[in-house]
Every structure is written in C-alpha cells, then in structure tokens.
Design a protein around this ligand. Structure first.
Ligand SMILES: Cc1ncc(COP(=O)(O)O)c(C=O)c1O
Length: 465
C-alpha cells in the first residue's frame, strides 16, 4: 500500500463520508456509532481499507466487476490517451474506440452484430425492453408487449428493470411497477420441491422447468408475449445454474411462439464463467445480450446492449417514417473512456489466458468448497460456473430450511476479520438470503483460492461450530 496516506488524512475522509455520502444498499444507523469501510487502494486481487488493513477481495469489487484485478496500468494509460484525444461526443456520432471495441466484441459473439452503448447494466436492459415494446407497436399492432422474467433473477435498479425483478424483498416498497412484466418460475434443482417437481432430476427436471415457462406463455396468450429475459447463471438471486435440458427447451419455446430471447450477461459476461459469455456454454442463440460490470472491469463505466442484424433491420426499414428508428439516447453512452478501457481489458484477458485460468481456478474453488461440505453440515449445496460460485447454507440438510440470515452475515464478518472479503445473497429473496457468494478476479492463483476457502472454513467453524 502507498504509505503516503496517513491515518489522520483518512480520518478526515471518513468524517466527510459519514457526513455526506449515502452508501448503496446500506442501512446507515450503525455509522452513528461506528465507521463505514473506505477502500483506499487495490492491487491485483488485494485491497486496503482506511486502517491499512489488507484484504483478499473474493468478490471483485463487491459486485463481481473487476475481472482483471486492480491497478492495471495499461488500462489507465489507454483511458488517459483516449481522454486526451477526445473524451466525449454523443453516440449519435461514432467514436474510434466505440467502433473498434464493437468490432472486437462482435468477434466473440457469433450470430450477433450490433452494439448499443449505455452506462449501466440496468440501462442496457431497459434498451432491450424498449426495443421489444417498439417492435410490438411496429410489427404486431401493439400486441406482444409482455416481457417474461424469472423468479429470483435481477435485471437492475430502475423501475422498469425492477418490474422485471424476480426478487420480492428487493422490490418491496418500490411498487407499483410497470405493466406487462410477467414472472416465470425459477429453475433451481436444489429447491425443486418449491416447484412441485421433486420427482424429477437432471435433464427431465431441466425440461420440466422450461416447460413451466411455456405454461405461462400459453396462459398469457403467445400473441401477447414479446420477450423472455433470463440470466445465464442467476447471480444475486442465489448463484443458480440452470440444469441440463433447460436451455434447449427454452430456445425451442421462444422459436415456437415467436418470442425474442434476451440474455442478461451483466454479471456473467466477459469471462466470469470461463467463457466470454455465460450463454455460450449452452449453445443458445439469443436475440439480445446485455453486459456491464466486467466489460471494462470497473476502470470506466460502460455497458452494452448487443443484438442481431435481424433485430437491427426492424428499425430501419422505412426511412420516411419519423417513428421508424430507435429514438433513444444514453448521454454517457458517448464517453470514450468506456470502450478504450474495454479494448485493453479484453486484450489482457486474451493475452494472459484468463478464461483458461478462470476455468481452472473455478474448478479448484468448487473442489475446495465441496470438501468443506464434508466438514460443515451447514453447507447444503455448492454451485456455479467458473469463478462465479455460491454455497447455500441451511439449518437442516433434509428439510433445506435456510440458515438464519444473521448468522450468514456473521460468516462474512468472520472472513473479513481474517482479511478475506466474500459476499452473500442479501435482502433479495425473502427467507432465501442464505447463499455465500464468491467471484474473485480471473487472475486468482491457486494460493489465493486456497486462502479464501480456508478463511471460509474457519468462519463456518466459528459461527456454526
Ligand atoms: C444480472 C444483473 N443485471 C443487471 C444489473 C444491473 O446493473 P447496474 O447496477 O450496472 O445497473 C445487475 C447488477 O447487479 C445484475 O446483477
């Protein structure tokens, strides 16, 4: 850590923070008697707080974002050089890094062809929702406006994306929501009893979970449904990977009823699961793919809504019609720092073989967590893909009654005390905030992974005995 920071300097920072900053997702009452954590510096997988305490960050910036790790000089330089050339111009014009990154990105996404730049994951998702609504008006006489989303999935913090939010506790007190957003059931095998599908397993369960989507479409009327929006691996809702058989059926159902498929890769995109995109593990051909967090690893704000040439074509077929194009703008979608950082971020992932490292280190972490299951009865399930893993804590393995949320939070605190930052599903699904979350940067070494899981081992022992 840079020792030029003195405790005194930072105590003033902490006071300023306490007096004026409203932290995200945070109840502030405890800060009347204690201090918030201020993260001062980061290098690789490690961060330092205001006391100079070092942590291994097993969450990539708290919310699975900093995929290439902290302190990347080459990204900072790429952003600097670009800002000195031109920092901004509205995306109604093009930009050099915008065009270059779009070409590089599309090169990783066979079947996709157009990139729409925005500045957050929520906003990227809303662009797709707006396009679907406009397609409904242009092509289907105002029908096909309904947007299906899945129980436990999350698509953002704005009111429209919360209308597509499958996490009731997160949504509580923020309604009423936008009309024509319809929920479909989750596909979590560990909790298949909630779906009445406990008799099925493996592929049969996966197909039945997808058939439940078809049942909703038939109930609503296929002529009213325009979009199915899904996370490839549900993130904040519990790190849920769909079972075998699910995605093939989902694709079939979308084709059968002429429903566009939107995959929200805000968390999984750009390497988190060991492929460039989560959906690429499952052979899916989406119509929309959205991404944000890892696109530039947090070095600049950038999000993308990517679609196919078929969708794009629907917005340019009549140049004389003043309503025929996508009449939308995102001011900061024109910031050039985003694509400049994203280009360098992608180069690093390629040149350092980080997809391969993610797969190998993900397998190691999965094996370590499975090992902990033998020792700690409180771990009911371990799941995920690549360096995107969850461990669900239960009071009873047979009934699967969730572990108490307070004690799950104690596990985080005990890991923090050992200098390891991990996460947990938090105030999202009522009675289901019991999954520990892990998403270290894709540069993690075997030693880093072992240190993280050793801290979890100790923490579980302290909290649950
Ligand atoms: C799957 C998913 N989609 C969308 C979002 C929203 O992204 P943002 O916070 O950049 O608006 C998130 C954020 O956590 C997310 O996890």
């Amino acid at each position: 850590m840079d020792t030029s920071y003195s405790r005194n300097d930072l105590s003033m920072v902490v006071e300023a923070d306490k007096a004026h900053v409203w932290h995200h997702l945070t109840q502030h009452k405890p800060f009347e008697t204690g201090d918030p954590r201020v993260i001062v510096e980061g290098k690789g997988l490690r961060v330092w707080d205001q006391h100079g305490k070092e942590f291994i960050d097993a969450l990539s910036g708290g919310v699975w974002t900093v995929n290439v790790g902290y302190g990347r000089e080459s990204i900072a330089r790429a952003v600097y050089d670009q800002l000195m050339k031109i920092c901004y111009f509205a995306q109604s014009a093009g930009s050099v890094p915008g065009a270059r990154f779009a070409e590089r990105l599309i090169g990783k996404m066979p079947g996709m062809s157009r990139v729409y730049y925005t500045n957050s994951g929520s906003e990227a998702n809303e662009k797709a929702f707006k396009m679907v609504r406009q397609i409904a008006h242009k092509r289907y006489g105002g029908k096909k406006t309904k947007i299906l989303y899945r129980d436990r999935d999350y698509h953002g913090s704005t009111l429209a994306t919360m209308s597509a939010g499958g996490q009731d506790q997160r949504n509580a007190q923020y309604g009423p929501f936008a009309p024509d957003f319809i929920r479909v059931p989750h596909c979590m095998e560990y909790r298949k009893h909630e779906l009445g599908l406990e008799a099925l397993s493996g592929e049969a369960f996966g197909q039945a979970a997808a058939d439940a989507i078809e049942a909703v479409i038939l109930r609503e009327g296929p002529e009213t449904v325009g979009l199915l929006c899904l996370e490839p691996v549900t993130a904040g809702g519990g790190v849920i990977e769909a079972p075998a058989g699910y995605w093939e059926r989902v694709q079939e159902i979308c084709r059968k009823y002429d429903i566009l498929l939107h995959i929200d890769e805000v968390v999984c995109g750009i390497g988190r699961t060991g492929a460039w995109f989560g959906y690429q593990h499952y052979g899916i051909r989406p119509d929309f793919v959205t991404m944000a967090k890892g696109v530039a690893s947090g070095y600049a704000a950038i999000a993308c809504m990517v679609t196919t040439e078929d969708v794009f074509d629907m917005f340019k077929d009549d140049a004389d019609d003043p309503l025929n194009y996508f009449r939308d703008i995102s001011t900061f979608g024109g910031c050039t720092a985003g694509p400049a950082a994203a280009l360098e971020n992608m180069r690093i992932i390629e040149d350092e073989g980080l997809l391969e490292n993610c797969t190998a280190m993900g397998a190691r972490m999965m094996a370590n967590l499975r090992g902990l299951m033998e020792k700690h009865k409180v771990i009911g399930d371990v799941r995920g893909k690549g360096l995107f893993l969850g461990a669900e804590l239960v009071a009873d393995r047979v009934t699967k009654e969730p572990a108490e949320e307070k004690r799950v939070q104690q596990v985080l605190a005990e890991c923090g005390a050992q200098g390891v930052i991990i996460g947990a599903t938090n105030r999202s699904v009522p009675e289901r905030n019991n999954t520990l979350c892990f998403s270290p940067a894709l540069i993690a070494t075997a030693d880093d992974i072992d240190r993280i899981t050793e801290a979890v081992d100790v923490a579980l022992g302290r909290v649950f005995g």
